[in-house]
Design a protein around this ligand. Structure first.
Ligand code: C5P
Length: 243
């Protein structure tokens, strides 16, 4: 089995406040993207990493990643206007890698993903699942809301026990993921379907079963300013533990 990892890293990261594209914000002196690619490169099963960078930063990102030394091959392409488009553009690069049969998709915004989680997703795909996502129980009670006359009202309270917050890396049989993206791109052009916020959603539309493995709290997504504080603290703890 040959595994490639696709890394959407082309988002602006507006919820993080003004500044560089999110994947290029630094924690512990290094861009989020570098941490994420390092983690993937450190996973023994990952052989190719394809990064979808902000269009204006493709050269800068290539230079940044050229300094990393590990066995996985790294390719950088320009991303698109949505996460889904960025993943689609990165998948196209795999045409040059016909040997790849398992594809992971991992957000650059999840820089501290443990190698053990990456390998557990790969293992689940290897054992026969065509789609695998890591899930975490949710701590908050989740309610669906509706807005009536500019007032937010609770429409429904969901049963927390049956909910999972889904992380990345998500793992797929290559053919299944590529077909789901191709179909979604066609649909998107025809009916203005909202782009999917994760890859499993595209595969779900095809009726494939998506397996859920245990996620890891260290695979959290850096979205808001407070997440940078958490990421810095976690990184400092890891560095202290290494000494
Ligand atoms: O915006 P969100 O936090 O969902 O982004 C998840 C990941 O998708 C991030 O790593 C971001 O860089 C990436 N993304 C992308 N292209 C976009 C928008 C987001 O690659 N147009």
């Amino acid at each position: 089995v040959t595994v490639a990892a696709v890394v959407p890293a082309a988002g602006r990261g507006e919820r993080l406040g003004p500044g560089a594209p999110k994947a290029l914000r630094r924690i512990g002196g290094q861009p989020l993207l570098v941490h994420a690619v390092r983690a993937l490169g450190a996973a023994p099963s990952v052989e190719v990493v394809v990064v979808a960078a902000p269009a204006a930063d493709v050269q800068a990102v290539s230079d940044l990643l050229a300094d990393l030394s590990f066995d996985a091959r790294i390719r950088v392409v320009a991303g698109g206007p949505s996460r889904q488009a960025s993943v689609g553009l990165a998948l196209a690069v795999l045409d040059d890698h016909p040997d790849v049969d398992v594809v992971l998709v991992h957000d650059a915004a999840r820089p501290l993903v443990p190698v053990a989680l990456i390998e557990s997703v790969v293992a689940a795909v290897r054992s026969g699942a065509s789609a695998v996502v890591p899930g975490m129980p949710v701590a908050d009670t989740i309610k669906r809301i509706e807005t009536v006359d500019a007032t937010a009202l609770v429409a429904e309270t969901l049963d927390r026990a049956g909910l999972r917050a889904i992380q990345t890396p998500q793992g797929f049989d290559r053919a299944v993921l590529v077909a789901a993206h191709a179909a979604a791109a066609e649909l998107g052009a025809a009916a203005a379907a909202a782009p999917a916020t994760d890859d499993a959603a595209l595969v779900e539309r095809f009726g494939h079963r998506i397996h859920v493995v245990h996620g890891d709290e260290e695979a959290f997504k850096v979205t808001r300013p407070i997440d940078l504080v958490l990421a810095e603290a976690l990184l400092a703890r890891r560095r202290a533990a290494e000494q």
